[in-house]
Design a protein around this ligand. Structure first.
Ligand SMILES: CC(C)(COP(=O)(O)OP(=O)(O)OC[C@H]1O[C@@H](n2cnc3c(N)ncnc32)[C@H](O)[C@@H]1OP(=O)(O)O)[C@@H](O)C(=O)NCCC(=O)NCCS
Length: 186
């Protein structure tokens, strides 16, 4: 089975066992976790069946690779990550969007996101033949922006006060990285 190893975490394809793990649903109903992920439906109470529909769409989507993230030390399921070519244009220009969620808040602030992002970006360039990787983040989400920048992503644009988050307009920060720019954290 595919396994992408970082130093602190490893990623495997997101499977049924991850979907039905109560932790996954708990993360998606934790406001602190979902407030910046850009999926408004998760900001209101959501039924498990809607979560299943979303995950099944990802499984059917040939442009998207969806991963479960486990902590290497204790094998705990702690989050998810995505590499998404989005559509035919993304696929033909080899441009994929990267997404990440550390759902278990007990693992925040320990370098997990930075480690996971480096591992999946390496995989996207080397095994999925990506030419360019992109990511979008809410400006207030300093941690994810910092994690991307620490491994070589650059800010390429900023859509000012584009996103309405908890009643406040915030900037949408657009990040990008080419293969030669990606580097591990020193
Ligand atoms: C945002 C998120 C990915 C960060 O993950 P993490 O594992 O805690 O991040 P890391 O520990 O790798 O930290 C990355 C950097 O951000 C910094 N950081 C962490 N929390 C921060 C905060 N609240 N404010 C500013 N910087 C912060 C860290 O110090 C680190 O930088 P440093 O090494 O220079 O000190 C994680 O909290 C998460 O998944 N949140 C919910 C979902 C989400 O927002 N996903 C991103 C959608 S685009």
């Amino acid at each position: 089975m595919l396994r992408i190893d970082g130093k602190k975490v490893y990623l495997v394809p997101f499977e049924e066992k991850h979907l039905v793990d109560p932790a996954y649903y708990a993360w998606l109903t934790d406001f602190e976790v979902v407030r910046y992920i850009g999926r408004d439906e998760y900001l209101k109470p959501i039924q498990f069946e809607k979560v299943r529909e979303y995950v099944e769409e990802l499984w059917r989507n040939r442009y998207c690779s969806f991963f479960a993230m486990h902590h290497s030390g204790d094998d705990a399921f702690i989050g998810t990550a995505k590499i998404n070519y989005l559509n035919e244009a993304g696929f033909s220009t080899r441009t994929a969007d990267i997404g990440i969620m550390i759902g278990d808040r007990g693992y925040w602030g320990k370098g997990m996101a930075t480690d996971a992002l480096f591992a999946i970006c390496n995989y996207a360039f080397n095994d999925l033949s990506a030419r360019k990787l992109t990511a979008g983040a809410v400006s207030a989400n300093k941690a994810v922006i910092r994690a991307f920048q620490k491994i070589g992503f650059l800010e390429e644009g900023r859509l000012r006060k584009k996103l309405l988050i908890s009643g406040e307009y915030m900037d949408h920060v657009l990040l990008g990285c080419f293969r030669e720019e990606l580097h591990p954290v020193i």
